[in-house]
Design a protein around this ligand. Structure first.
Ligand code: BES
Ligand code: MN
Ligand code: ZN
Length: 497
C-alpha cells in the first residue's frame, strides 16, 4: 500500500520520480490550471506549446509524458487531460479520474507528486482518493510479480497545513483502504473466498476496527428460519453464512442499515448459466463486500451514524442437494417463495436479510446487489440502478453518489411487477421470477421491496454493471473488482452527520 502525504512544495521544486499535472481543454487548444506557473517557467514559459506540439488536447483520460525540466528535480512530467470545463468549474470527479490516470501512467515510479488544482478540501480529497485508488493492483496469484507497487504519493497544495486538508486526506485514506479491501475480496478466486472464509475475514476486519460482528452459521440459520439463504446455499459443499456488523457511536444522529448480496460464486444452480455467463460470477458477492467495507470505513472515521450491516453469503451451485426449480422456500419472517429459476438467487438471500434488517427499525435500509443482467442491459456497465420505496430516500442516495463520483440512475418499481410475481406462483406467496422477459431489474426490485417492513425507507442499488470491470483500466478504475458503492455509502453517512 502506498503512503500519501500533503505538501506545500512547489511543483517545479519537488523531488520525486514523476509529477502529475492537469491540462484543461480551452477552445481549440489547451491551457494549464493554477499551480503550474513555476513548472511552466522552468520550461521557459513554453509548457503549453510543448504539450500542444506533442498532441495534448486536454481530453479526459489523455496522458502526455514529457521529461522533467532541467536541471531535473523530477525525471518525468505526466500531463493528464482534465476535460473541458464548460462552466469554468472543476468537477471533483474529473480530478479523481485525472489523479488515477496520472498515477497509473507513472507505473512503477516510486514516488509521484500530484500538482492538480486544489482550491478547497473537497478537491484535495478527490485528488488523494483518485491517486490511492489508481495505485491498486491485484497480484496475489501472480507467481512472478512485485508484491506491491511501493512508495509514496504527495498531493501538492497550498492548503497542506490546514485542518480541513488533513481531515480530507484521512477520509481519502480510510475510504481507499475500504475500496481496496472490497476489490481484493471480489478478485479473489471463489475457491478461496467461499462463505465460511468470507465471514471469517469480515469478523477479523471488524475486530481490528471496533465493529461488532456476529456470524450465523448453517445451524444458526436453520434454527432462525432463514429459508432463503439456506435454500440458495444447499447445493454447495461450502455452507452459507449471514454476517451482521454493527457500529454504534455515542450520540448517533441517524441509524442506517446496509444489506449486501454475498453470492461467492453464482453458477446459476440447476438453472445453470452458460460457460461464458459464469466467468465473472466470482464478483456476485460485491454488494456484501461493499457494505462490510463501508461499515468499517464509517467506524474508522468515527462518523456519528449508527450502522447495522447484513452480508448474506452463499454459494449458488448445482448438485444432488441443490434447490430445484419448483421447490418452495420458507423465508425468514414467514413468506413462502416458489423458486422457478435457481439463477434468480440474489433476491432469495436478500429477502431474508431485508426482513432481518427491518427488525432493527433503522431510519433507512440500503441494499447493494449484483442483482440482474437486465440492469446492465438498461444502464450499461458503468451506471448502477437506484430503486426505492420513497422518492426522497432515493434522491438522498443518488445525491450522495453524485458527490462521491459514482454513477447511478433512478429506475421505477411499477406495481404490476409484484402482482406478476405473486400470480406467477400457483402454490406459494410469490415466485422468484415473473415468467416474462421484460423489466427484469424492476421485477427483482419489486421482489425485494416485498421483504421490507412497512414504514421503513428503503433504497435498492443494482450494481451488476459497475461492480466488476471486464474491460481495461481507466481513470482510477482497475480491471476486475471496482469497489463500487463504498464511496456512496461513506458519503451518505458523512452527509447525515
Ligand atoms: N448474479 C446475476 C446477475 C448478474 C448478471 C450480475 C451479469 C452481473 C453480471 C443474478 O443472480 C442472475 O443470474 N440474474 C438473472 C435473473 C433471471 C434468472 C431472472 C439474470 O439477470 O439473468
Ligand atoms: Mn444468478
Ligand atoms: Zn447472482
Amino acid at each position: 500500500m502506498s503512503t500519501i502525504t500533503l505538501s506545500k512544495s512547489d511543483a517545479a521544486g519537488v523531488k520525486t520520480d514523476a509529477v502529475v499535472i492537469g491540462v484543461v481543454k480551452l477552445g481549440g487548444g489547451v491551457t494549464l490550471p493554477a499551480g503550474t506557473e513555476s513548472l511552466n517557467a522552468a520550461y521557459g514559459g513554453k509548457l503549453v506549446e510543448v504539450l500542444s506540439d506533442l498532441g495534448a488536447t486536454g481530453k479526459s483520460g489523455e496522458v502526455t509524458k514529457v521529461p522533467g525540466p532541467k536541471p531535473a528535480k523530477s525525471p518525468s512530467l505526466i500531463a493528464v487531460g482534465l476535460g473541458p470545463a464548460p462552466d469554468g468549474e472543476l468537477k471533483t470527479e474529473d480530478l479523481r479520474a485525472a489523479a488515477g490516470t496520472g498515477v497509473r501512467a507513472a507505473k512503477t515510479a516510486h514516488s509521484v507528486a500530484l500538482a492538480l488544482p486544489t482550491p478547497d478540501a473537497e478537491c484535495i480529497r478527490a485528488v488523494a482518493e483518485g491517486a490511492l485508488l489508481g495505485r491498486y493492483s491485484f497480484t496475489a496469484y501472480k507467481s512472478e510479480s512485485p508484491s506491491d507497487v511501493p512508495g509514496n504519493l504527495i498531493v501538492l497544495t497550498d492548503l497542506a497545513r490546514t485542518k480541513e486538508a488533513k481531515a480530507a486526506l484521512e477520509r481519502a485514506e480510510v475510504t481507499a483502504d475500504a475500496v481496496h479491501q472490497v476489490r481484493d475480496w471480489v478478485n479473489t478466486p471463489p475457491s478461496d473466498l467461499h462463505p465460511v472464509e468470507f465471514a471469517a475475514q469480515a469478523l477479523k476486519l471488524g475486530k481490528e476496527y471496533g465493529v461488532k460482528v456476529e456470524v450465523l452459521d448453517e445451524k444458526a440459520l436453520a434454527k432462525g428460519g432463514y429459508g432463503g439463504i439456506l435454500g440458495v446455499g444447499q447445493g454447495s459443499t461450502n455452507p452459507p453464512r449471514l454476517v451482521r456488523l454493527s457500529y454504534t457511536p455515542k450520540k448517533p444522529v441517524t441509524h442506517l442499515a446496509f444489506v449486501g448480496k454475498g453470492i461467492t460464486f453464482d453458477s446459476g444452480g440447476l438453472s445453470l448459466k452458460t460457460s461464458t455467463g459464469m466467468v465473472s460470477m466470482k464478483s456476485d458477492m460485491a454488494g456484501a463486500a461493499a457494505v462490510i467495507g463501508a461499515t468499517v470505513a464509517i467506524a474508522r472515521l468515527g462518523l456519528p451514524v449508527q450502522v447495522t450491516a447484513y452480508a448474506a453469503m452463499a454459494e449458488n451451485m448445482p448438485s444432488g442437494s441443490a434447490a430445484r426449480p419448483s421447490d418452495v422456500l420458507n423465508m425468514y419472517g414467514g413468506k413462502t417463495v416458489e423458486v422457478l429459476n435457481t439463477d434468480a438467487e440474489g433476491r432469495l438471500v436478500l429477502g431474508d436479510a431485508l426482513v432481518r434488517a427491518s427488525e432493527d427499525e433503522p431510519d433507512l435500509i440500503i441494499d447493494v446487489a449484483t442483482l440482474t443482467g437486465a440492469c446492465v442491459v438498461a444502464l450499461g456497465t458503468k451506471v448502477a440502478g437506484a430503486f426505492a420505496n420513497t422518492d426522497a430516500a432515493r434522491d438522498r442516495v443518488v445525491d450522495a453518489a453524485v458527490t462521491a463520483g459514482e454513477a447511478m440512475w433512478p429506475l421505477p418499481i411499477p406495481s404490476e411487477m409484484l402482482d406478476k410475481l405473486k400470480s406467477h406462483s400457483k402454490v406459494a406467496d410469490l415466485a422468484n421470477i415473473t415468467g416474462e422477459p421484460w423489466g427484469g431489474a424492476l421485477a427483482a426490485a419489486a421482489f425485494l421491496g416485498d421483504f421490507v417492513a412497512e414504514g421503513i425507507d428503503w433504497v435498492h442499488l443494482d450494481v451488476a454493471g459497475p461492480a466488476f470491470n471486464d474491460g481495461g483500466p481507466s481513470g482510477y478504475t482497475p480491471t476486475g473488482g471496482t469497489g463500487y458503492a463504498v464511496r456512496t455509502l461513506v458519503e451518505l453517512a458523512a452527509s447525515a452527520s
